[in-house]
Design a binder for this molecule. Structure first.
Ligand SMILES: *Cc1c(COP(=O)(O)O)cnc(C)c1O
Length: 418
């Protein structure tokens, strides 16, 4: 066998890759007639070739059936959100009544905060991670103001230790222990968008359960990337987007998880719309809202079928490949990239994503110690699609469904100037 740092070794890994056939299912962007090395699936996943067929099915039914398509389309639009239940429940580790596909991520986050951030007495605070994605922070800040409270006093952020970039689970748990009498909610992204750190959700949830603190998760960078067991972990609620690792297209439809524990708690305040109403009486147009039990009762509007058609095409690929095989390749592929970079040992770069497989997904966040912007420009000109995050980080996320070991090998050479 060749040494691991050779191109031939990378090619041999590709030849033995059980998922190698999946790359052909995607459109790979090109520049000057050459395929780019696309490492930006954590931001916008690539388009499955089957998407146009799935969308065309709906366009044809709309063309030929008009309004009748709600019940007579090949995939009746009235029930369109049901078609996702099995796949999504598998991806997030939920019972079927705990998930529904709807809206966009930040919209859903706000809907869920209305129901699950219930400050009372001394319990008014929200624990978040340092450097949380801005949209999540804005949503929490604003919800706190709706309750007439001061976000500066109510949001507590867990910070990395001096000189460190990621959080230690023990520090998160310690904060929960310390503040439990004041915490109403722990609101965490399961994978941090900036560092790529995957948090130990089960341990965080155990701490929350000890004190009856609600745990909400944002799975934007987790769904389709890492294995999830929301039900078994006793997470209260979660939401995600489908356009990152799930490859469902720009602005693609989001979804929510609500733990069965809350399924029939109709006393929770919530915003309402006809799609959350009992499906059987929906078209009898009852005057008063009767929420469906479970996550479905949080729906407001009818299903955006065209974007959902893209989502179906993308999820069919996940169903076929299976999250187990996807995660196995992901750990190997991203692990290979880390090993190559460490071997080339560039003095101006530092990987800040945790090395422990329990604490990362596909992404590596590479901190540049000098001339980072120039380096980013160089890799872009060499045909790599990655992204730059201020002040000094290049994010790359090899996607196990369409990236190859050879691409990762080439990227490492370009990055390290070998
Ligand atoms: C991508 C991402 C979002 C995006 O929110 P949208 O409502 O889909 O625009 C929000 N939060 C996190 C953590 C993200 O990674």
């Amino acid at each position: 066998m060749e040494p691991f740092y050779t191109r031939r070794y990378a090619r041999a890994l590709d030849a033995r890759d059980p998922l190698r056939a999946y790359r052909k299912l995607f459109h790979i962007p090109k520049a000057k007639g050459k395929q780019l090395i696309y490492l930006c699936g954590n931001s916008l996943g690539l388009q499955p070739k089957s998407v146009s067929k799935y969308i065309n099915t709906e366009l044809n039914d709309w063309k030929n059936l008009g309004v009748e398509g709600h019940l007579r389309a090949k995939n009746p639009w009235y029930y369109y959100h049901h078609f996702f239940t099995d796949s999504i429940a598998r991806l997030v580790g939920a019972k079927k009544d705990e998930v529904v596909v709807m809206n966009q991520l930040t919209v859903n986050l706000n809907l869920l905060l209305i129901s699950f951030y219930r400050p009372a007495g001394r319990k008014v605070k929200v624990l978040m991670q340092a450097h949380e994605f801005p949209s999540d922070y804005y949503a929490v800040e604003q919800q706190i103001k709706f309750h007439g409270l001061n976000p500066n006093e109510c949001i507590v952020e867990v910070q990395p230790r001096p000189g460190e970039f990621t959080l230690r689970t023990e520090d998160i748990i310690r904060k929960i222990d310390e503040l439990h009498e004041e915490l109403a909610l722990v609101m965490f992204s399961a994978v941090n968008y900036y560092t790529g750190q995957l948090f130990e959700i089960q341990k965080i949830s155990e701490a929350c359960c000890r004190y009856g603190i609600v745990l909400g998760l944002d799975l934007a960078h987790a769904i389709g990337n890492v294995p999830l067991k929301l039900h078994d972990w006793n997470v209260d609620f979660a939401t995600w987007c489908s356009y990152k690792y799930l490859n469902s297209g720009p602005g693609g439809v989001s979804g929510i998880f609500v733990n069965r524990y809350h399924a029939k708690n109709f006393d929770l305040p919530r915003l309402a719309g006809w799609w959350g109403n009992d499906e059987k009486t929906r078209f009898t147009m009852p005057k008063h809202f009767v929420p469906q039990p479970g996550a479905a009762g949080w729906q407001l509007s009818n299903a955006p079928v065209l974007s959902m058609a893209a989502h179906r095409a993308a999820l069919d690929i996940f169903d076929r490949a299976g999250m187990k095989a996807i995660r196995e390749k992901s750990l190997r592929l991203t692990g290979y990239l880390r090993r190559l970079i460490e071997h080339l040992n560039p003095q101006h770069l530092q990987i800040i994503t945790p090395p422990n497989p329990q604490e990362h997904g596909a992404q590596l966040s590479i901190r540049t110690l000098r001339n980072g912007k120039a380096l980013f420009k160089k890799i872009t000109q060499a045909g790599v699609v990655a992204d730059w995050r201020e002040p000094d980080v290049i994010r790359v996320a090899p996607a196990p469904l369409y990236n190859t070991y050879e691409e990762v090998w080439r990227f490492a050479q370009i990055l390290c100037g070998a």
